[in-house]
Design a protein around this ligand. Structure first.
Ligand code: SF4
Length: 450
């Protein structure tokens, strides 16, 4: 490594989902051999904005941050490289350079492994570069094996892209067609993560349960089989997978929740609406009853399982009766956690052009009504944990001195008044108090003595 290379500094700002968090980590892994180390924005030679297109005003947020970075770049006489990555980069490409000529690089979500070449091209030609192609080879398997430790809880991308084309969603356009990584590459990465200190791995994908990858013997495995193989890795204690689609919850995967002891009893399964008419207009390709049936089968397979979900209210054409159907499904099912949003138009998606958009005031009222019930369900679920004992995976010190914090099987933050628990340790605790978003616990007597 040259003297110059060893002085390079990098800052990555990440917006959006866990896949983006994972991608940012992998971009840092790609750039580390070039001598880039991560620092605060104001000290960075290179700033990457890893963008998300799912939420409202994604472009406005990007251009406002780019305005701030332009001032910083100008204050350094231009000696700073600015890159835009992620879904907004993929969707808007050249438009970003047209509106923000101080940007040096626009890199789509499939081209992160090419960052070293792209940086070299910018430095050699002294002009901005765009790479938003969808290459045939999968980026994950072109990224370096060397990975920074993610700590006791690690993410591992196994699938990317989506073929479902829900009418509100940009993912099929920004992340491309569904692609599954081969099992051998996933198992190798999981072993490296465990060697680096991971005790829990969350498998990631836009449609993670659509994963069907090539097995080491050339056959095709489903996700249940992959989870079984991962569960054999010594030192790995917990497995999760997110985000799933109801249509891809097959019988084998439901049975895995009964048979795979490392699979945590918590599943995020977006349903979006309880109305069949709205689900059809969303092109979800399932009705509310399929979701009810899956929830029932999961609970039969694993009685202590808890569900979380996503909801959109005010989708075009949503009537009072449609919204009532959503409220009915929420009340019947009971969710430990949920994310709910007002529908907002995503340019380029079919629903954005629908004529029967819903009035904002109606959307606001429906969202409030839905969130009140979801909040009550979340609080009730947390309260129901008081008095229970279960294993917590500890991740580090708590917010206050003398505390340690970790995650319950249901992903709730759990805090204990004991500062001596090393990160990566699993301990059985007894829950003594519930807060809206966290739990307080005490160690059992045996654990304190251990
Ligand atoms: S299943 Fe629907 S919501 Fe999920 S990524 Fe695909 S298109 Fe988007």
């Amino acid at each position: 490594m040259t003297e110059t290379a060893s002085r390079r500094t990098l800052h990555i700002t990440t917006w959006g989902c866990q896949m983006n968090v994972y991608d940012s980590g992998r971009m840092a892994d790609v750039l580390r051999p070039l001598g880039y180390r991560q620092v605060a924005t104001q000290d960075a030679d290179m700033v990457i904005l890893n963008t998300c297109h799912i939420r409202e005003r994604a472009s406005e947020k990007l251009f406002s941050e780019l305005g701030r970075l332009r001032a910083l770049k100008e204050s350094r006489g231009g000696a700073m490289m600015i890159a835009v990555a992620g879904c907004v980069a993929q969707a808007e490409g050249a438009e970003i350079l047209a509106r923000a000529p101080h940007v040096d690089l626009v890199v789509g979500s499939q081209a992160y492994h090419r960052l070293p070449e792209l940086i070299a091209e910018i430095e050699a030609k002294r002009r901005a570069v765009i790479d938003t192609d969808f290459p045939a080879a999968q980026k994950f398997d072109l990224l370096p094996e060397d990975q920074a430790s993610q700590g006791p809880i690690a993410f591992l991308a196994i699938q990317e892209g989506c073929d479902k084309f829900c009418t509100f969603c940009v993912v099929p356009y920004t992340r491309g067609a569904e692609a599954s990584r081969p099992a051998a590459a996933i198992l190798a990465e999981a072993r490296r993560l465990v060697a680096g200190g991971a005790r829990e791995i969350a498998l990631l994908g836009q449609n993670v349960n659509a994963w069907h990858g090539e097995a080491p013997d050339g056959a095709t495995w489903n996700l249940a089989r992959l989870l079984a193989e991962l569960a054999d890795i010594d030192g790995l204690a917990r497995l999760r997978y997110t985000t799933s689609h109801p249509r891809d919850m097959d019988a084998a995967l439901i049975a895995a929740h009964r048979d795979n002891p490392k699979l945590m009893p918590f599943l995020h399964l977006p349903v979006q609406s309880g109305s069949d008419a709205i689900l059809a207009r969303m092109n979800r390709r399932h009705g509310a009853d399929l979701f009810r049936r899956i929830a029932g089968e999961l609970r039969a397979a694993r009685p202590d399982i808890a569900l979380s979900s996503d909801f959109i209210v005010g989708f075009p054409g949503e009537t009072d009766a449609d919204f009532a159907a959503t409220m009915r499904l929420v009340r019947e099912t009971g969710f430990a956690l949920a994310y709910s949003f007002k529908y907002s138009r995503r340019p380029g998606t079919p629903a954005a052009d629908a004529a029967d958009q819903i009035d904002e005031a109606v959307k606001d009222a429906r969202l409030q009504e839905l969130q009140a019930v979801l909040r009550d369900q979340q609080h009730a679920f947390n309260r129901a944990q008081v008095g229970r004992s279960f294993e917590v995976l500890f991740t580090g010190p708590g917010r206050h001195p003398g505390q340690s914090t970790g995650r319950s099987p249901y992903l709730q933050p759990v805090v204990v008044d004991n500062a001596d628990i090393p990160p990566g340790t699993l301990r059985t605790v007894k829950i003594v108090q519930s807060n809206p978003n966290s739990l307080m616990a005490s160690l059992t007597q045996e654990q304190i003595a251990a």
